[in-house]
Design a protein around this ligand. Sequence first.
Ligand SMILES: [Zn+2]
Ligand SMILES: [Zn+2]
Length: 175
Amino acid sequence: MDYVIEDQKPQISDELRLIPMWSVALAIALFAAVQATVHLYLAQHQHNLPPRGFLVFWSVAWGTVIAVYTVMVGYVTRDAKRRGMNRALWTPLVIFMPGAIGLVLYFLLRQPIVTACSQCSASIVPGMNFCPQCRFQLAPTCPQCQRTVRITDAFCGNCGENLAEAHAYKDAMRR
Ligand SMILES: [Zn+2]
Ligand SMILES: [Zn+2]
């Protein structure tokens, strides 16, 4: 029996691959801009500056925060797309809401990753056992109560149906 069992837990490496290059480039540019502003501009135009060690710490810390946040915005633009969420709404929300509230909201409210039926390519939400468009079986289910079962289960965990027998019966019917 062929089932399409999608791994619903994305790997860290997959998540990192999702980050677009433009956001990494922008993050590096913004980090450099913060350093330049603090060390070149302020040093020349401001008097009674705080000690140099504090300035270096301050500029690196803020540069890092801004760079990481830029990469996160890039991630959100890609992640929202694969989850079928409105990018035009979420991207400005994540960028402009103060204190990273937009980003926190995004991770709290994001939808599950949408996959496609291998038969008819209709959108599949995780947890579905059958494709809602073509009835293609996405996960093994109990023939009695239609709940999801594991392919190794001998009996249904919900209704106790003897799955091995049911499968044998089905296979015999097919011949
Ligand atoms: Zn389908
Ligand atoms: Zn059952």
